[in-house]
Design a protein around this ligand. Structure first.
Ligand code: FAD
Length: 465
C-alpha cells in the first residue's frame, strides 16, 4: 500500500491542479475578512458546490434574507475545485434503491430527477452566463477483460429490467466500442448520454460571481473552529446566526466533535499536455464522453475542451483528523494513476504529463447523499456524495432549500432526507475495514486482468461493500 504523505504549506494554496487558474481570477474580489459580522441571518459553512448552490437557490427563493458564506481557504479549495468534472445524471444511493424491488420505483424516480438535473444546471449556466465548458457527451464505460465484460453486461441487463431503456444505457459490441474510443483490450462498452463534462473551477468561480452580484457575502480565509447551536467560533471572531447550513463534506472531519461523520478519501488526478490531432485520431473520444473501464477501483477521465486528458483514480482513505491540502507531485500515488491511464491508452505513455494533483472526497456511513434541515433548531447540512457530487450537490441544494423554506416538494419522504448525521464505527475497525476493501478491490482487478473470472478477492470485496 502506498502511504500518502501530505504537505500543508503556509496559507495553503490551490495546488497544481489543471483547473486552478480559473480560481485565481476570482480571488481579488472577495469580502475582506475584517468585515466579518458578529450577527447574520443565514450562515453557510463551506465554499464548494454544496455551499454555493445552496446560497444560489436560497437567494432565489428568499431574496430578502441576507446570506453569509464562510470558507476556510478560498471558494473551490475542496473537492469542488479539483475534481474530474463528470457532471453525472446519477447520485450515490440510487443503486441501493434500485436493487430492492420494494424501493425500485423510488430509485427510478430519483435517477430520472438526476438526469434532469443536468438540464437544470445547463439552464442556470445559460441564464447566468457562466461558461464552464459544459458539454453533454455522455459516459463510456469499457470492459477491458472477460470478467469486466460479464459484470458490465449483467449490470446493463439489470438496468433494463429495472425500468431504464436503450436511450438511457446503450450496449456497444466490441467494434462499436472501439469506434467511440480505442481503449486497449476493449471487448464491449456501455454508453449513457446522462453525463456532461465541465471545467469544475470555472463553475465555482462563475457561481461565486453570480452570488456576489446577488448580495451574498462570501468570506474567505474564515475558518469555523467550532459550532455550538447557532453560535460559530472562527479564526476571525464569533458569529451568531439565525440559520446554519454546514456544507463541509470531507473537511467535516476537521471540525471538533464531527470527526466520525465522514471518512475522507483521497482521489488523485493527472493531466496530459494538449494532444496532437494524430494522437486524438488514435484515441477517439470524438464527442468528449467521460470515460472509464469497469474495474473496481474507480478510475475516471475526460477529454478537456483544450484537448488534454484529465484522468484520476480513487486512492486511499485519510487517517487522523487533519486533511492534506496538497500532495507532492513526486508522491507515488500519481504513478499509480498514470499506470491506470496508460493501461487504457498505451500510446500516451510517452506523452508529457503537465499536472498532478489530488483532492479529498467523503464517504458517509449511510453511503448515500444526505440532506438535513431541522426547523426547530434551524440547522442543516448536505453532502455525503461519495465522489459523485458535481451534479448531486445541485440536486441536494434544491431539496435543502425546499425544506428550509417549507416550499411544495415532490420529495417529502425521500430516503436522502435524514434527521441527523450518523457516525462511523470507531477506529481501528473503521480503517481496517476500509483498507481490506481497498486491498480486495486491487487484488480482484489484477486477477481479472490476468484472466480470472471470479477471483477470491472479488468475492471478498462484494461481501464488504
Ligand atoms: C479528485 C476528485 C475527483 C472527483 N471527481 C468527481 C467527478 O468527476 N464527478 C463528481 O460528480 N464528483 C467528483 N468528485 C467529488 C466532488 O468533487 C464532490 O462530491 C463535491 O465537489 C463536493 O462538494 P462540497 O461543496 O460538498 O465539498 P467541497 O468541495 O469539499 O467543499 C467543502 C468546503 O468547505 C470548506 N470548509 C470545510 N471546513 C470548514 C470550516 N471549518 N470553516 C470554513 N470552511 C470550511 C473547505 O475548505 C471546502 O472548500 C471528485 C472529488 C475529488 C477529490
Amino acid at each position: 500500500m502506498v502511504d500518502v504523505t501530505s504537505e500543508r504549506p503556509a496559507g495553503a494554496d490551490f495546488g497544481p491542479s489543471l483547473w486552478a487558474e480559473a480560481l485565481s481570477h476570482h480571488r481579488e474580489k472577495t469580502q475582506p475578512a475584517a468585515d466579518l459580522p458578529t450577527q447574520a441571518d443565514v450562515v453557510i459553512v463551506g465554499g464548494g458546490f454544496s455551499g454555493l448552490w445552496t446560497a444560489y437557490y436560497l437567494s432565489l427563493a428568499d431574496p430578502h434574507r441576507s446570506i453569509t458564506l464562510l470558507e476556510a481557504e478560498h471558494v473551490g479549495f475542496g473537492a469542488s475545485g479539483r475534481n474530474g468534472g463528470w457532471c453525472m445524471g446519477w447520485a450515490e444511493g440510487i443503486d441501493a434503491l434500485l436493487e430492492r424491488p420494494k424501493t425500485r420505483t423510488e430509485g427510478l424516480r430519483w435517477a430520472r430527477a438526476m438526469q434532469s438535473t443536468l438540464g437544470e444546471i445547463k439552464s442556470v449556466l445559460d441564464h447566468e452566463s457562466i461558461d464552464c465548458d459544459f458539454h453533454q457527451g455522455g459516459t463510456l464505460t469499457t470492459a477491458t477483460n472477460r470478467a469486466q465484460l460479464a459484470r458490465l453486461q449483467r449490470h446493463h441487463d439489470q438496468l433494463l429490467t429495472w425500468g431504464f431503456d436503450e436511450s438511457d444505457f446503450q450496449w456497444l459490441a466490441q467494434k462499436e466500442a472501439l469506434d467511440r474510443a480505442r481503449v486497449e483490450g476493449a471487448l464491449g462498452a456501455q454508453l449513457t448520454p446522462h453525463c456532461a463534462v465541465i471545467h469544475p473551477a470555472k463553475l465555482v468561480a462563475g457561481l461565486a460571481r453570480v452570488l456576489r452580484a446577488r448580495g451574498v457575502r462570501i468570506y474567505e480565509r474564515v475558518r469555523v473552529t467550532s459550532i455550538r447551536g447557532l453560535m460559530l467560533s472562527t479564526n476571525r471572531g464569533n458569529v451568531a446566526c439565525e440559520t446554519l447550513i454546514r456544507a463541509t463534506e470531507a473537511y467535516t472531519r476537521e471540525l471538533p466533535g464531527y470527526a466520525r461523520l465522514v471518512v475522507p478519501v483521497v482521489s488523485a488526478m493527472v493531466a496530459t499536455a494538449p494532444l496532437s490531432d494524430a494522437l486524438w485520431a488514435s484515441i477517439g473520444l470524438a464527442d468528449r464522453p467521460t470515460f472509464c473501464d469497469a474495474r473496481r477501483v474507480t478510475v475516471y477521465g475526460q477529454r478537456t475542451q483544450d484537448g488534454r486528458i484529465a484522468f484520476g483514480a480513487r486512492a486511499r482513505h485519510v487517517r487522523g483528523t487533519s486533511l492534506p491540502a496538497q500532495y507532492a507531485s513526486t508522491n507515488p500515488i500519481f504513478e499509480e494513476v498514470e499506470r491506470a491511464l496508460y493501461s487504457l491508452f498505451p500510446q500516451l505513455s510517452n506523452h508529457a504529463i503537465t499536472h498532478r494533483w489530488a483532492g479529498v472526497l467523503a464517504i458517509s456511513p449511510r453511503r448515500h447523499l444526505e440532506v438535513a434541515f431541522d426547523r426547530d433548531t434551524q440547522q442543516g447540512h448536505l453532502g455525503g456524495y461519495m465522489g459523485e457530487g458535481v451534479a448531486a450537490s445541485n440536486f441536494a441544494a434544491r431539496r435543502l432549500v425546499e425544506r428550509m423554506m417549507n416550499l411544495p416538494s415532490d420529495w417529502v419522504d425521500a430516503p436522502f432526507y435524514v434527521s441527523r448525521p450518523k457516525k462511523w464505527i470507531p477506529d481501528p475497525m473503521r480503517s481496517a475495514g476500509i483498507a481490506i476493501a481497498r486491498h480486495a478491490a486491487e487484488r480482484a482487478d489484477a486477477a481479472e486482468q490476468k484472466g480470472a473470472t471470479s477471483p477470491f478477492w472479488g468475492r471478498v470485496f462484494n461481501a464488504l461493500v
